[in-house]
Design a protein. Structure first.
Length: 265
């Protein structure tokens, strides 16, 4: 993932088991990128490299970047001549006009606040050749709204502000267009896409994988041994009537923001 500022940590085995849909559902944003053989592409927030490896199979020359050492350790087990991985924070990339395209999937919303987003966009612009393209999909306005509301209600008695602790950034298309244009990009397309996403391993696995940065605050000695389990149970109880069907199948209320922008000179 691009940054560890939210306190979120990544277990590669749990992510592979419970988060593989992140790469699997990326076909539309990959199609928007249209990677070409021989061109240099930066995958920003590459995670365990599963999608980076797929992009490299097109013949493009891929550099995957992530801030998580555990994710990069998993990514570096992937082997291809046109595939390398480096550890950098998304807000402080060291590249200068080195890439034909920058790609990102399900990572940019982990960068906290407007200042973090602005720093990342400046770093991406600097990394691109003039006219290079920036194609990404991230959480958008209304993303996992039910899950976030349930967590906020469940954690309030523990005096934890779940929204502030998670510090996710889920912008509207209008806001992100303004940020891109202020960073000297021309926006070719930007849209908000509701995408209800099946969770084959259920809500508990999702919470432990994608909200551990929040739930880890419920640890001894500040809280009892069972505080975390109680919070998860209560959150699931609130969500079950909304996101779980009669057969026990869970669906997360994902909303994605997808855009294609080009770097001005």
């Amino acid at each position: 993932m691009p940054s560890t500022k939210t306190g979120q940590t990544w277990n590669t085995e749990a992510y592979a088991a419970n988060g593989r849909f992140v790469a699997t559902l990326a076909s539309d944003v990959v199609a928007l990128l249209t990677p070409q053989p021989g061109e240099k592409v930066l995958d920003l927030g590459c995670g365990d490299g599963a999608l980076t490896e797929q992009l490299a199979a097109t013949g493009a020359i891929l550099t995957g970047v992530d801030a998580s050492p555990t994710m990069l350790a998993a990514a570096r087990k992937r082997s291809a001549r046109n595939l390398t991985f480096e550890q950098h924070d998304a807000t402080a990339l060291p590249y200068h006009q080195q890439f034909d395209a920058v790609f990102s999937n399900a990572a940019l919303h982990w960068i906290t606040g407007l200042s973090g987003q602005q720093a990342m966009l400046a770093a991406v612009h600097q990394a691109l050749h003039p006219g290079g393209r920036f194609v990404a999909e991230m959480g958008g306005h209304g993303n996992i709204a039910a899950i976030r509301t349930a967590l906020q209600a469940t954690l309030a008695p523990f005096h934890i502000d779940a929204e502030a602790t998670a510090a996710s950034f889920f912008p509207s298309p209008d806001l992100y267009r303004r940020l891109l244009e202020a960073a000297n990009f021309t926006v070719q397309s930007i849209e908000l896409i509701p995408r209800p996403t099946p969770l084959p391993n259920g809500m508990e696995s999702w919470l432990n994988t994608f909200r551990n940065g929040v739930l880890d605050h419920l640890s001894p000695p500040a809280y009892s041994e069972n505080a975390r389990a109680t919070a998860i149970t209560n959150t699931i109880a609130l969500l079950k009537p909304i996101l779980c069907d009669a057969d026990g199948n869970w669906t997360a209320d994902y909303v994605r923001l997808r855009f294609h922008a080009t770097a001005n000179n």
